[in-house]
Design a protein around this ligand. Structure first.
Ligand SMILES: Cc1cc2nc3c(=O)[nH]c(=O)nc-3n(C[C@H](O)[C@H](O)[C@H](O)COP(=O)(O)OP(=O)(O)OC[C@H]3O[C@@H](n4cnc5c(N)ncnc54)[C@H](O)[C@@H]3O)c2cc1C
Length: 461
């Protein structure tokens, strides 16, 4: 191999370049093309006075080790911070309810303790208890299934709609009834297979596997960096020694040539033997028309806006002490979640302030994302105002939009990705696909996948 070109300078592209420098022979030239005038992609920490607010992702699931490994590899291990723990809530039409303790993604680990929740009526509790302790006569699925339908059969509709769906929609985009169980929470089915029921499977999870367990934790399950996630993408860029990074370079088309591929860019044509493409699926569809365009068309991302509001502590009365809340579809609000940053990330906020990060835009109803900043701020304040006493306007409001946001992970996602990659190796040899659309939506998933692919590329020689 003579050269490798990476398209996209987000965390996936930067990780690809970092590990390509480590694994590929010295004489392979490496180029990274980024359309924007900065690196980092979705990761962007906005520094404003004493505050640093994340415009995109704010943390990662610590048990997914690929990101921790990368952080140590670039020498930022000392900067790791874990989230503060506290009570989280779910908002319904009738107000805020504490998310019950000892649950994993809304599934109870102790059905008796779960009885205290105000989310279910007495009868609904009794029905849930019966379903968990004497599971219906169903066998664990052998192939992928809809996460919603899988859970509805095992825990019933009320808890799925009032607790599990709101928690999930903070992580994955799309309809829970169309979402892949195996590509989102494989541990549900694995646990059921091993221990005979979903309930027993969850109760046997090791603590580090308990994604989104609420309560009973001393250390938070998320990690970030003291000076924000941008410090990781900045450090990655600094550590690149032999990668030529070209900013403001947008790839417009890819052509096959005898020696590999020709990239048509706004800065001229560039030839490369191998490619790593980390751009959104719609562009892959345009660049590589010979592959499964149905799958790529289905991976249409859902747009999100976030609005971080900085208040003087005395200007707002929070409705509870805790880390924030998610909203159910029943709630009459536009906001989908709100994180109390000073509780979740105490290091990020000086004493005397509250910082609230509000999320807006649901799949299928994301017009708000295109609204002017003032409207987004006004919507956030209106919805928050119904839940807490806001006595004065925020000192600062930072609006961000992620238009190429979260793609839906539908049933049979992993099978379709496998088929796509098999087809790629036949019709576009030497082109790797990596990023949010394939092997998991979180940063650690993107890092793990591209790290492995670069290692395999090096082994091929
Ligand atoms: C609202 C939201 C919240 C999230 N929160 C979390 C979280 O808390 N934790 C977590 O782990 N994950 C989170 N994620 C997922 C996380 O953001 C992604 O996994 C990760 O950032 C993907 O990185 P990437 O490099 O693959 O893509 P990107 O960051 O999108 O990078 C792609 C890059 O390609 C460039 N590009 C595009 N087109 C071209 C072109 N034609 N030519 C050249 N360059 C091009 C873009 O400018 C961009 O820089 C969140 C995602 C969203 C949308």
């Amino acid at each position: 191999m003579r050269n490798l070109t990476i398209v996209g300078g987000g965390i996936t592209g930067l990780t690809a370049a970092f590990y390509a420098e480590r694994y590929l022979p010295e004489d392979v030239s490496i180029t990274l093309l980024e359309a924007n005038d900065r690196l980092g992609g979705k990761i962007d920490t906005f520094e404003t006075g004493e505050f640093a607010v994340e415009r995109g992702p704010d943390s990662y699931v610590f048990r997914k080790t690929a990101m921790t490994e990368l952080i140590h590899d670039v020498g930022l291990g000392d900067e790791l911070v874990r989230n503060g723990v506290g009570q989280a809530y779910v908002l319904h039409h009738d107000g805020l309810h504490p998310i019950p303790k000892q649950t994993v993604m809304g599934i109870p680990l102790d059905v008796d303790a779960f009885k205290q929740t105000s989310l279910l009526s007495e009868d609904e509790h009794a029905a849930l208890r019966a379903m968990l302790l004497s599971p219906p006569d169903i066998t664990p699925p052998e192939t992928d299934v809809s996460l919603g339908l899988y859970l509805r059969e095992r825990v019933g509709d009320p808890i799925v709609d009032r607790l599990i769906e709101p928690l999930l929609s903070g992580i994955y985009a799309g309809d829970i009834d169309k979402m892949s169980a195996l590509s989102t929470f494989p541990q549900f089915i694995e646990g059921e297979k091993k221990y005979g029921s979903l309930y027993e499977g969850m109760r046997h999870l090791r603590p580090e596997q308990r994604v989104a367990e609420v309560g009973a934790k001393k250390v938070g399950q998320f990690a970030s960096l003291r000076r924000g996630l941008k410090s990781l993408t900045d450090r990655l860029a600094e550590r690149l020694e032999r990668t030529e990074v070209i900013l403001n370079c947008s790839v417009e088309q890819v052509e096959e040539i005898e020696t590999g591929y020709r990239l048509l860019t706004n800065r001229g044509d560039m030839d490369s033997e191998r490619l790593v493409l980390t751009v959104p699926p719609r562009l892959i569809r345009q660049f590589l028309p010979k592959v499964d365009s149905d799958f790529l068309a289905d991976m249409k991302p859902h747009a999100t806006a976030t609005c971080s509001l900085v208040f003087k502590e005395t200007d707002i009365e929070l409705p509870f002490v805790g880390t924030g809340f998610v909203t159910s579809q029943e709630a009459d609000v536009m906001i989908t979640a709100c994180t109390f940053i000073d509780q979740k990330w105490p290091h990020a906020v000086p004493d005397g302030y509250h910082v609230l990060r509000v999320f807006l835009g649901r799949p299928g109803a994301d017009e708000i994302v295109d609204a002017p900043d003032e409207d987004i701020v006004a919507t956030a304040l209106r919805d928050l105002g119904g839940l807490m006493n806001i006595k004065a306007a925020p000192l600062q409001a930072v609006v961000s939009r992620l238009r190429d946001g979260l793609p839906p992970y539908a049933v049979f996602h992993a099978d379709r990705v496998r088929a796509l990659r098999a087809e790629m190796s036949r019709v576009y040899p030497g082109v790797l696909l990596a990023g949010i659309a394939y092997d998991g939506i979180g940063m650690p998933d993107c890092i793990k996948s591209v790290h492995e692919q670069i290692k395999q590329l090096a082994e091929l020689g």
